[in-house]
Design a protein around this ligand. Structure first.
Ligand code: HGY
Ligand code: MN
Ligand code: MN
Length: 437
């Protein structure tokens, strides 16, 4: 176990946690929908605003900062020996949101990472970059597009950091028809330099992320923190159902090919099939009908499918079962259907070493003799799914009352944030000790 480089007393911890809560509120004000909840999407003015704010907070604690070629905001602090080439332990999460979001999903993890740096840094005097008394550098990264809200494809920011950017993504369009390439240029980024955002494996010690659970388990257990074992692999599809637009009054039921009714049966089939499976979760979050008039039988319906699972193989078998059921439903109704996949992120297992390090960090916050913390499978997706392509990934979960997330009522208590900052700090120290051994 590393020597405790910090005497992290409760006062300093609670001050840090309160700062995180206040700053979550401040960042929540950077929204495209003021008065109607939080929405902050990739390469938007709100994205630029929170990057500027977080960069200021990074510099305030002595980090050197830069916005990388994908629009992620990065802060770096060298080890006390000052080796500029030292590999870094990457801490962080994401600053983008879903529509009508909560204020902690992703954001709390970025701000907690800054508090860990603040607690660990050796004072360096005014105006000089700080140093961390560790055998590796510490970097904090605020990923810019974990949700995929604007362009559909999620994890764009972290995919760039992991060196996984794909050229065909430039043609992705948002709801206004703006391509990802055009949005890059509007934001002041150069698509030709995207490769510069990528880390090489030798530059990283690992990636550690603190995040609210976005599920009810810790709340039901009455516990603050958990280790994450793996992150669900997610596939997303747009499913189009084709029927026939007809007069709502004059068309007898026998003559209808109502696309909305086919889509509705499809959504119910997704729920029925997934509920019968272990750790497979299917959700229809979007449904549109065309022409979308009150007095026209829908000729077309488009629905989204977000399908995730602990194991990619069982998830893909469930997708095959859903496809067979859609064939049957649409066949009965004289409809046709097709699916366009637009996101596919394989399931990721957190590195055993980083699971151990997170577990040790949590144990350091518990009374002697306490039971080991829970180890949970994450049904929610995270940037670690992309980062696993370039380095080891570990995650720390915090209790999220009721598991309410992706909703304005999303919450995490200041005491659980304090516990999370402490556990994350201790986890870094533990890893330092391991890396010294
Ligand atoms: O969709 C998810 O699970 C994550 O919140 N992006
Ligand atoms: Mn989310
Ligand atoms: Mn998230």
């Amino acid at each position: 176990m590393a020597g405790r480089l910090t005497d992290v007393g409760p006062d300093r911890l609670f001050a840090a946690a309160r700062r995180v809560m206040v700053r979550c509120d401040e960042l929540a004000r950077a929204t495209a929908t003021p008065g109607a909840g939080i929405e902050r999407v990739y390469l938007s003015p709100e994205h630029a605003r929170v990057n500027r704010l977080v960069a200021e907070w990074m510099r305030e604690i002595g980090m050197t900062t830069h916005q990388d070629a994908a629009g992620n905001q990065v802060g770096r602090m060298l080890p006390v020996l000052g080796d500029p080439e030292a590999p870094a332990l990457l801490l962080g999460s994401h600053l983008d949101t879903v529509p009508a979001a909560g204020r902690f999903d992703g954001i709390a993890g970025v701000l907690m990472a800054l508090e860990v740096v603040r607690l660990l840094r050796a004072s360096s005097g005014p105006g000089r970059p700080g140093r961390v008394p560790l055998p590796f550098a510490l970097e904090v990264i605020a990923f810019s597009d974990e949700e995929g809200t604007r362009f559909g494809k999620a994890l764009l920011g972290s995919a760039a950091s992991a060196g996984g950017w794909r050229e065909d993504w430039w043609a992705l369009r948002d709801a206004d028809g703006v391509t990802l390439r055009e949005a890059f240029l509007d934001f002041g980024l150069d698509p030709g330099r995207i490769g510069e955002a990528a880390y090489r494996p030798e530059q990283l010690v690992g990636y550690l992320e603190a995040h609210i659970e976005q599920g009810p388990e810790l709340d039901e257990r009455g516990e603050s923190l958990a280790v994450v074992s793996s992150i669900a692999g997610a596939r997303r599809f747009q499913i189009t159902v084709e029927g026939e637009a007809r007069h709502a009054g004059g068309t007898p039921y026998e003559a209808r090919r109502d696309a909305l009714l086919g889509a509705s049966e499809a959504a119910l089939a997704v729920e029925r099939i997934c509920r019968a499976e272990h750790h497979i979760i299917g959700t229809v979050g979007q449904l549109e009908t065309f022409p979308g008039a009150v007095n026209v039988v829908p000729g077309e319906a488009r629905l989204s499918l977000d399908l995730r699972g602990e194991l990619d193989g069982s998830r893909d078998r469930v997708w095959d079962a859903i496809a067979r059921e859609l064939d049957a439903i649409m066949g009965r109704r004289g409809l046709r259907w097709r699916a366009r996949p637009f996101h596919d992120a394989p399931a990721v297992f957190c590195a055993p070493l980083l699971q151990d390090v997170v577990r040790a960090g949590i144990m350091a916050t518990l009374p002697a003799g306490a039971d080991a913390p829970a180890t949970l499978f994450s049904r929610a997706g995270h940037d670690g799914m992309a980062m696993a392509d370039v380095t080891d990934v570990g995650m720390l979960f915090m209790r999220n009352p009721g598991g309410i997330s992706h909703h304005p009522d999303e919450f995490v208590s200041v005491s659980d944030v304090a516990a999370g900052i402490w556990a994350l700090t201790e986890a870094v120290l533990h890893l330092a000790g391991d890396s010294r051994s």
